[in-house]
Design a protein around this ligand. Structure first.
Ligand SMILES: O=C(O)CCC(=O)C(=O)O
Length: 264
């Protein structure tokens, strides 16, 4: 069984890149301090309180007994600090820019609270929507999961298959190749879009709380429709960096627009 490498946010980004390239996944500790985590929890609380907690349907991709809130750019200003954090930025620059020189974009945002009794999620890859490309292929997506609570094997810590980013599309993971990402609150787990992963089962009595943020090449269709989740009047209040990362910018000839429309 291969382990998930562990680093600190204070480590040189070259070390993080080397580990992530080799294993396809990486835990970085001490990335979000408790003041930022408290802000995130406070801003997300009213939305998570309203979230449905469905019973499990084993046919469904998403396990039940889990609270999910998306559209974090609009709903949680504190998430902007995670989205533009220097650690994911350095990793996206390395893994995504070579495949999309004009940039990358936010792909998915969600707060995920995995509740007691939640089953294991089916293993999948973030880039499963892009079936056009044969595996292994250049990276299209980089994913991160920020630990707001501790992540443990018994409370639904994310399951990953280190090394699976190098596999062809046919190979399935053996049980002994699947590893649980255990990490203290404030850490962030990264994995490449071609790595097999999924939420673990929660056999404990507490809720596992994480924030998933993924990034994709700017020439791909985003999984979360940021233009609807962050409509023009909200986007106008964002910083130029946030506007750019959610996709309010042209990529070569793609996504052109007429700025006069906003005031007509
Ligand atoms: O919650 C997790 O640990 C993983 C979530 C995930 O992979 C998904 O929602 O697709």
């Amino acid at each position: 069984m291969s382990a998930i490498p562990v680093r600190s946010a204070r480590d040189d980004s070259d070390l993080l890149i080397e580990d992530l390239d080799r294993a396809g996944c990486l835990v970085v500790k001490d990335a979000a301090d408790s003041a930022l985590r408290e802000q995130l929890v406070d801003q997300l609380r009213p939305h998570l309180e309203k979230a449905n907690v469905d019973d499990d349907n084993p046919e469904e991709f998403y396990p039940g007994k889990t609270r999910r809130v998306t559209a974090l750019v609009s709903r949680c200003e504190a998430s902007h600090e995670l989205i533009l954090h220097p650690t994911p930025t350095a990793l996206c620059d390395h893994f995504l820019l070579p495949n999309s020189p004009a940039g990358y974009q936010l792909h998915v945002t969600a707060a995920l609270e995995v509740g007691p009794g939640s089953r294991k999620q089916i293993l999948h890859r973030e880039d499963n929507s892009f079936t056009f490309f044969e595996r292994p292929h250049p990276e299209l997506i980089l994913a991160s999961m920020w630990a707001i609570s501790d992540f443990r094997a018994d409370n639904g810590g994310t399951l990953l298959v280190p090394g699976s980013h190098r596999w062809d599309g046919e190979r399935e993971a053996r049980k002994d190749e699947i590893v649980s990402a255990e990490m203290p609150a404030g850490s962030v787990l990264f994995w490449l879009g071609s790595v097999l992963h999924g939420a673990g089962a929660n056999t404990s009595n507490d809720w596992r709380y994480g924030i998933i943020l993924t990034y994709s090449l700017a020439w791909l269709r985003q999984e979360e429709n940021q233009y609807l989740d962050v409509p023009l009047e909200r986007a106008a209040k964002l910083s130029p960096e946030m506007k750019k990362i959610i996709g309010y910018e042209m990529y070569d000839a793609l996504g052109f627009f007429d700025p006069r429309v906003a005031t007509e």
